[in-house]
Ligand binder design. Sequence first.
Ligand code: NAD
Length: 389
Amino acid sequence: MTQLADLPTLSRLIRKVGLERFIEGLANTIREDFLRWPQFQKQPRIVDHSPGGVIELMPTSDGQRYAFKYVNGHPGNPARGLSTVVAFGVLADVETGYPLLLSEMTLATALRTAAVSLLAAKALARPGARRMALIGNGAQAEFQALAFHWHLGIDEIRLYDIDPHATRRLMRNLAPYPALRLLPCESTAQAVRGADIVTTITADKRRATILTPEMIEPGMHLNAVGGDCPGKTELHADILREARVVVEYEPQSRIEGEIQQMAGDFPVTELWRVLADAAPGREHAQKLTVFDSVGFALEDFSTLRYLHQQLQRHGLGRELELVPSLADPKDLFSLTHAGQPESPTPAYTGATHDDAPAASAHSTGLDPGAAPGHRDHRARRQPAARALC
Ligand SMILES: NC(=O)c1ccc[n+]([C@@H]2O[C@H](COP(=O)([O-])OP(=O)(O)OC[C@H]3O[C@@H](n4cnc5c(N)ncnc54)[C@H](O)[C@@H]3O)[C@@H](O)[C@H]2O)c1
């Protein structure tokens, strides 16, 4: 059976685990998977661009488990009352190909993106970083703020968004965390001044320059999250020239990341190498570092893996009859009868009159508790099979 984790289930799971611990556990799981990077089958995500946005499929496998995420990015959606980013994903067993988990991933994507930003910042930001600027105060913003507050020690965040309602919502949602000082600002430049870390997480389907070189101070760490598509960036190219740039999966980031602005041989380091101590993290206090985040399939694989574990541990999620469980796996045809109105002349000539009551019970749909109708149907087929022999 496939487990279903819909949004109410994930909300319940987060309440049970606690958001702070949930982000920590998720970050640890993503880290574990980054540390076994060579085991994963990797490819840039499969994209379908349209004038208003993009729809993407993000598959990967470690040879035992396979995962993919469906995700979009439509910056114009909020004006229609819709989210910019929505997602769902599947975790499957490689040996059988059977799906184990079908999960919502809109909320899960915000959590995993914050967790990955956190992993990168832990390795790249100045030790003792306390002050962050958060540019773009939309759906992802609370998760970034809290991940950095709880797990990196950020205690002051300066906020800027072109939409003041977004900043007000963020401040309202974070009011229960008084140890985190929130300061709304009137411009990006004002928010960025004096920050140890700058997170850019804006949505605009164009080559934006949210950060320009004169805003940058030595030793800053830039967590650049919103530029994640061809033609969609947030940093001025001169900033990248000055920085040590860390990416998730280089072939994908060359297409989608801030580094799409740079020549193909522009030097970058993959995050897994930094986490595995195969490449340095922060080299010195004055160095400008950039995490050029676009979101990589492995992070969603880890998220689904973590969700699957946690749902089982906490007895949450429900079983979904998404794929057949047949006594005779070749008898897929039997499913065409379950739940169908009883035909006056059954197509299956070997059928006996004994079949009729069971079949009509299913056809009325009066027995929702007996959802796997094909199990009963299987029993009905046996006399027919004997008749044929
Ligand atoms: N890298 C990743 O892994 C990853 C994961 C999820 C989302 N994203 C990206 O992050 C971005 C934000 O996602 P979201 O779900 O929060 O979107 P959202 O639409 O909810 O929020 C985006 C916010 O950016 C603000 N904004 C737009 N232009 C701005 C500007 N010039 N200056 C300041 N603020 C500006 C908007 O007013 C809005 O409040 C999107 O671009 C999305 O594609 C990246």
